[in-house]
Ligand binder design. Structure first.
Ligand code: PHE
Length: 334
């Protein structure tokens, strides 16, 4: 064996000892990585030894190559072991791992969707005005979704709603108005309910449409209810929701189940101007008679608002699809 090879092999032994010393002091992943770079990195000591092979005679090179590979494997195995040890517990050593007084691992909590926050706020405001909460099924019959609400068969309003139809003549409700009918069938006036919930229409998602959305319906039936009650209630509601100075206006509109009907707009600012936030009207006598309520004795009003729309205006959100993406960076802002 040449003197040159003997000398390199001696150095290799020392290298293994030095490595042993280095790893005995490691306590975290970063330090493991530093040691890896020192020995196995492109400019590390093991590479340098491989390069020094060129100085040896051809027949001595395999012997050094074999030794180097053994050392390299040894280093790799040691570091892998340390890496899996430190991966689970950050910079913990065994004694710290058993210290039960250390704080636990923090788990990031989810966040309430702004839709749910606005729904709760709307419900809370209307609750203080005496409205009870009623619910109804998401899968409806055409009768409750349309006919009982005075949509004549083949009325174009039904096409406009572009429903998602299921088998057996059922469909996903396109609005919360069927809950009006279900409530009036079950109870006698005076009635004062809101019906919050999901609705569905066959819309392709874009910045202002999603096939699933939320509405809050309102219904009040009693003797002597007039348009003044409707306006008073909705103006008070808008000012509670958007602020005391909020300006609103009512625009004549049409819904088969209310007569007269009006849409309520809220004035936001110079840029946005007047924006529609709900539909409303006096319950059509045909609807009352259809559920057996005497329309000569009782009158009532109804309204229905889109919650996504309100949440977008309240929080200045420019794309409705954000609500449904579950991106925690979006949700955390509200
Ligand atoms: N259901 C109507 C819609 O979805 C809104 C509405 C409800 C209008 C109650 C008047 C009365 O567009």
């Amino acid at each position: 064996m040449s003197a040159a090879l003997t000398e390199i092999l001696e150095k290799l032994k020392a290298e293994r000892v030095a490595f042993g010393g280095d790893v005995s002091t490691l306590t975290d992943l970063d330090a493991v990585e530093d040691v890896r770079v020192k020995y196995l990195g492109r400019k590390g000591s093991i590479s340098a030894y491989f390069k020094s092979m060129g100085t040896l005679a051809a027949e001595e090179r395999p012997q050094l190559g074999g030794e180097l590979n053994l050392l390299k494997e040894h280093i790799q195995q040691e570091l892998d072991g340390l890496r899996s040890k430190f991966a689970g517990n950050g910079a913990c050593d065994d004694s710290l791992q058993h210290d039960l007084t250390l704080p636990g691992t923090a788990h990031e909590l989810g966040h309430r969707n702004p839709i749910m926050q606005v729904l709760d706020e709307v419900k809370a405001i209307l609750a203080t005005m005496g409205f009870d909460v009623a619910t109804g099924p998401l899968v409806e019959t055409a009768y409750y979704n349309f006919q009982a609400l005075n949509f004549p068969a083949d009325h174009p309003a039904m096409d406009l709603q572009d429903s998602l139809h299921l088998d057996h003549g059922l469909l996903l409700r396109t609005h919360t108005s069927p809950v009006q009918i279900r409530t009036m069938e079950k109870s006698q006036p005076p009635i004062r309910i809101i019906a919050p919930g999901r609705c569905f229409r066959k819309d392709t998602p874009d910045a202002t449409h999603t096939p699933e959305f939320h509405q809050v319906e309102g219904l009040a039936i009693a003797e002597g209810i007039s348009l003044a009650h409707l306006k008073g209630t909705l103006v008070a509601f808008a000012r509670r929701l958007f602020g005391k100075q909020t300006k609103v206006r009512f625009r004549p509109s049409f819904f088969p189940f209310t007569e007269p009907s009006a849409e309520m707009d809220v004035y936001f600012d110079e840029k946005l101007g007047w924006l529609e936030i709900l539909g409303s009207g006096m319950v059509d006598p045909n609807v009352l008679e259809g559920v057996g309520i005497d329309s000569e004795k009782y009158t009532g009003y109804a309204f229905g608002m889109g919650i996504e729309r309100i949440a977008m205006l309240k929080y200045k959100i420019d794309d409705i699809r954000h609500f449904y993406e579950n991106d925690i960076r979006f949700l955390n802002q509200f």
